[in-house]
Every structure is written in C-alpha cells, then in structure tokens.
Design a protein around this ligand. Structure first.
Ligand code: GLA
Length: 651
C-alpha cells in the first residue's frame, strides 16, 4: 500500500525519508487502524468532503521502529459515489530532525496484466491533449516542476486495460487534489507487475520535520470503471461537482458573463466597461468582467502587478461609481486580480524587493515580465489580502477572476527553508483563497492561469469555475474541452464565445458553432459587443436564452463524449438529465469532402426501451436505436456546421 525506499523493494517508492543520521530508509510496519464514520479533512489542504452519513474513513498507522517515523495512511470511502480517496500524514516521533525527500499519496500495485497510461499533456493555449501509451518495462513519469500544476501535464491520469475504450473495459483514475508540483510514475517491473504512484514531485522538495512535526501529503481521488472512460468520467464529474466544489455557486446557476480581455485588452476606460455593460444588458448577458489593466500603472504587462489600487484617472471615476453605473444597467460587475505576482516596476516591489522570489546573486528568470511573490510568507499574503479587500469593499463586486500567469523558476524565500517553499507557497495560496471565501461568501471566484494552467481539483475546492484556456478558437476548444472532460465537470469549465477572426488562430468560424462549443461549460462572451451586427445580436440573445434553458442539463447532467475530435469526422458530446428523460446532443462537423459520407452519432446514457422524440423534427426513436445505430447527421456544404439536438421521452 505504501512502498518506501530502503526496504528491498527496488521499484519506484512512495516515500523517501532522510533520517537524522542521513540514511535513507524507512521500514514501515503496521501498528493499528481505525474506521470512523465521515470523511477525514486535511489541515490547510483541499480535500473531498462529504456528510458524515455519506462517507467512512480508514486510518492505518504504520511505524518505522528505528527512527520512530510514523505514517498515517488515510482512506476516505464514498460508497454511493464509488470513490476512494487517499492521503498520508508523516509524523516525526523521533528525537532528531528528518527530511521528507519524496512523498506520494497513492500507490496502485497491479500484480498482473498489461496496462496503458492515459495522460493529458499540453501547453499555453492548447491544454489537456489526450495521450495513451503502454506501460512498458520502464518508468514513465509525468509531472510539474513549474510551481503550479501547469499546462504541461494535468495532475490526473487513467490506468486502463489495453482493450479499454470509451464505452467498455476496466480503467482506474487517479486525480491529485493539489495545485503545485506533482509527479505521477508508472512502471512495469521484471515480474510483470505494474505500479502507479501519484504524489508530490521530488524535485525542489526537501521537507524538514523537527521532532513532533507532521507533514500532510495532498489527497488523490481514486475511482474505477468497468464501463470504459465514459463511466469513469461520469463518476469523477459528480465527485468533483458535489464533493470538491463549494460555496454558493456549487449548485446555483452561473451568471453569463462578458469579459473585457479579448474585447479591449489593456486599452479601456470606465466608459468602455460601461458600454460593455449597456450592450450586455440589451443582449441578456448577466455580468461584465473588467479584466487586467484597472490598477496601479498597468498599460501593458511590464508594470503594475502588486499595486492593487484602482487607477481612477484611467477609469475616469472611482471604482464604486463605475460599479454603480454598471449595476444601474441591470448588469452585475466582476473584476480580475493576480495576487501572487509582482512587477519590478511597481511600488510594492520598490518597497519590498525581498517579497519577490529571487535567488540572491543570480539573475532572475522572468515570465511575462513579472516575478512571483513569496506566498509561503504570511506577512506577504496578509498585506496583499488587505489591499485586495480594500478594492472588493469599494462596491458590489460579485465575481473575481483569480489569475496566475507564469511558472515559478527561482523558488527561494528569504525567510523559509528552501526545500519547503514550493509546497508552502501552494498552501499559502489556499489559505488566501479560504480567507477570501470566508469574507466574501457570495462572490463567485473563477480560477485562471494563463488560461488553463492550474486546472486541477485543488483549485476547484476554492474556485468552482476555471477559465479553461486562453485559446477561444472553437475548433481548438473542441479538443481542449474533450481532454478536460475526462475528469472535470462541465460546471467548472469556463467557455466563451469570442470574435472572428479568432485572436489565437486567425480562424473564422460561424457564431452558431462558436455558441455550441462554448455551451459545454460555464458560458460567456469575450468580445466587443458594440461591433456586432443586428443579426449577430439577435443570434446572441437566442444563444443566451437557449443556454439558460439548458444550463441545468449542461452543468449538472451526466456528460458523455460521443466521438473523439482528434480522430473522428465530427466532435460530439451529450448531456443527459438525472432521470434520463431529457437529452441534449451537441455535434460539430470536422470534415467535409466531395460526395461526403454520412456521420452517425451514437448517443449514450439513455434508457434503451423507451421512445425519445427529437424536439424540433418530432422524429421518434427508441433509446436503443439512438445508442446502437445513432442519428445520421445532415451533409451540408461548408465547414464546421454545428447542431444542437434535444430529445425528450414521449409520454
Ligand atoms: C491571462 C488570462 C487571460 C487574461 C490575461 C490578462 O493570460 O488567461 O484571460 O486575463 O491574463 O493579463
């Protein structure tokens, strides 16, 4: 269950302890165990939560008798959800200091069989691409050394039988509930056994524990499906939606918002935002979000971060006045912040250069021209918290977009032990977010990190919505949202309709298709509304009406992938209501050729023996026919046609 270094198991280990005498050995033996009703919680860390009657916890205590290092293996069982969580607490009960050099929270040992590892790699603006590789006689490793969970690999993997498909076969999921450096290792050994570990990255990590101190390894959520990847996703969606996401917006309808970023970038004033609000009101958009550029000296990304004072001369009025005017149009107001960062050209940096993480004597590595604040230090967090509260208290702010726009390189603290900084930084971010949620329980916080660079279950505990990607191109989004859907529920996926030609790819796709693609998550717009034609405005009004009608189905229904957009001639997915009586199908055609063959989309998750009616055409089909034969998609001239079909059980 928890293999350690120095005991004769030569495979990848879950735990490496450097003892007081510098030896690296920890021979854990059973001491006791306890089963309790309810789900354990973790100090300072996000974790699956449940009502006492919904969960049980098992705690197994192990000890290394020589060093008196105790390890508590924590298991949470949510039987109804078919979920097992694992976490680990490491306690130094000896008399000298030890160092935790490596710590995983979950280990799966498969004694036989051949397996594939499914991972989700990516880059800025192209996150979470599906990759499936055989676990061979080698150690396969993915992870992040970037300080955040990162665009590069998502901290969630699937171990699948080699014949497992979307609909059939066994697969095991491992989702790390953490937003910093992580590592997943998969290895097939010389006896054909497979081991998969999920935990903290061992690079940039040497966590000292003085006698009586405890270290907690972030949680991994485990799940198994015998119904292929589709079955696994349904269970993870429910678990994350109902047992990770918290706050008022966990279950409430999210506001349809328009964000100023792709509409105006840094070039706006109060009137720009107000005009966006007036146009939003006319179209039925609920909220306007003022993105980057409203504070300090911030006309581009070279300066201003850390100075959380409203730039009233840019806005042409106080923030309070702007919010009042926006609210007077009937539209809510949201704001962008990036609390973990500092620009060298800022008053904050001039006052506290040591608050930025930089290694003395070395040239700092900048990302987007900015440095990272040392959020492992409480005083740093405290001041930024107070300044941000000072802004939030200026008016009726109902939404925050919390951004984090660079990877961490110079991990260094002038007050902390260096091997702790990367982990303590993440706990600092969590502490800040927890305090923010406590003080402003009605504010919806949307996470963001250069788009989807911190799209993980850890952040979802604080931010029930995360901007999925800075890439708003509908075609690319189909792939990004496909990869994202393997673990994360639709309610978390921030998805907006943006202008064409698209700012990231230059591609022009119809407004209808852009709307259908964005309707896979927390829906919104990211474009300048006053440039829209009368017809486009009418179309947008209709999109919003439709989205509101389908919101519950999209955000809280069961989601199934119906095709693979990396491979198939169309991208298709569906949202099925709990009672399976309402079904929404979305299809985007990806290919068009001369004398085009018909694409059939086979539905999933329906009741086979009842008759469903497609709402517009009033055509009727048995559930089994829709699932086995599928619906033929029309062959039309042109590219990327999108279809939205609703089916209901006929009475
Ligand atoms: C990041 C975000 C964008 C936008 C900019 C602002 O790139 O992902 O959506 O907020 O920052 O600087």
């Amino acid at each position: 269950e928890y293999p350690t270094m120095g005991t004769g198991d030569f495979r990848n280990s879950a735990l490496i302890i450097r003892n007081h005498d510098e030896s690296e050995c920890c021979d854990l033996r059973y001491v006791s165990h306890e089963i309790r009703q309810g789900k354990y919680g973790l100090p300072g860390l996000p974790a699956v939560y449940a009502k006492d009657e919904e969960a049980q916890s098992l705690e197994i205590i192990l000890e290394d008798s020589a060093s008196k290092v105790q390890v508590h293996l924590l298991y949470g069982v949510l039987e109804e959800e078919d979920i097992i969580t694992r976490s680990v607490q490491i306690m130094n009960l000896g008399t000298g200091k030890i160092v935790v050099e490596k710590a995983a929270s979950a280990c799966l040992d498969f004694v036989n069989g051949e397996y594939d590892l499914v991972t989700f790699y990516g880059r800025h603006a192209m996150e979470r691409n599906f990759q499936r590789t055989a676990i061979t006689h080698a150690s396969h490793m993915i992870g992040s050394r970037r300080g955040t969970s990162s665009h590069q690999y998502n901290p969630a993997v699937i171990v699948a039988g080699q014949d497992t498909t979307e609909e059939n076969g066994n697969c095991y999921g491992m989702v790390f509930v953490y937003s910093g450096n992580f590592m997943c290792e998969a290895e097939r050994d010389q006896y054909e056994q497979t081991r998969v570990l999920m935990g903290l990255h061992c690079d940039l990590f040497h966590y000292p524990l003085e006698p009586q101190e405890t270290f907690t390894v972030p949680e991994t959520i485990l799940c198994f499906s015998a119904e292929g990847f589709g079955g696994l996703s349904v269970k993870y969606h429910r678990c994350i939606r109902e047992h990770i996401c918290r706050g008022r917006y966990r279950d409430n309808i999210r506001p349809v918002l328009v964000n100023s970023w792709e509409a105006a970038y840094f070039q706006f004033n109060g009137e720009t935002i107000l005009q966006l609000a007036r146009d939003a009101a006319e179209l039925g958009i609920d909220m306007v979000v003022m993105d980057d550029g409203w504070f300090g000296k911030r006309e581009d990304d070279n300066s201003g971060l850390g100075d959380w004072q409203v730039n009233e001369s840019k806005l042409g009025c106080s923030l309070g006045e702007l919010i009042r005017k926006v609210n007077d149009t009937g539209v809510k107001f949201g704001i962008w912040i990036e609390p973990e960062m500092v620009s060298e050209d800022s008053n904050l940096y001039r006052e506290h250069p040591d608050w930025a993480m930089q290694i003395p004597g070395r040239k700092s590595v900048r990302g987007r021209n900015q440095l990272v604040l040392d959020f492992s230090r409480e005083e740093v967090r405290k001041q930024i918290f107070e300044e941000i509260c000072g802004v939030l208290d200026q008016g009726n702010i109902e939404y925050i977009k919390w951004d984090m726009n660079r990877s961490m390189v110079d991990i260094f603290s002038s007050t902390n032990f260096q091997g702790k900084v990367a982990y303590d930084f993440v706990l600092g971010v969590y502490d800040f977010l927890e305090k923010l949620m406590e003080k402003y329980p009605n504010i919806l916080i949307e996470g963001c990190s250069g788009g989807g660079g911190r799209f993980d279950a850890g952040m979802m505990y604080y931010t029930p919505q995360i901007w999925c990607s800075d890439n708003t191109d509908a075609l690319d989004r189909l792939r990004i949202q496909y990869g994202t859907s393997f673990f994360y529920p639709m309610s978390v996926i921030g998805a907006h309709v943006s202008a064409v030609p698209n700012h990231q790819t230059g591609r022009s796709i119809s407004l209808h298709t852009r709307g259908v693609v964005a309707m896979t998550g927390a829906f919104g717009y990211e474009l300048s509304l006053d440039k829209l034609s009368v017809e486009e405005k009418a179309q947008i009004k209709e999109q919003i009406r439709q989205y509101k009608e389908y919101e519950d189905l999209i955000c809280r229904g069961e989601y199934y992938r119906l095709s693979n957009p990396f491979r198939d001639s169309c991208a298709a997915w569906t949202h099925v209501s709990k009672g399976k009586d309402r079904v929404l199908v979305h299809v985007v055609m990806l290919e068009n050729h001369g004398n085009m063959t018909v694409s059939y989309v086979r539905l999933r998750g329906l009741l086979p023996d009842v008759v469903y009616e497609e709402v517009k055409s009033r055509q009727r089909y048995y559930g089994s026919a829709l699932m086995e034969a599928g619906i033929p998609m029309p062959v039309e001239l042109g590219e990327y046609h999108a279809y939205q079909l609703e089916f209901r059980i006929t009475k």
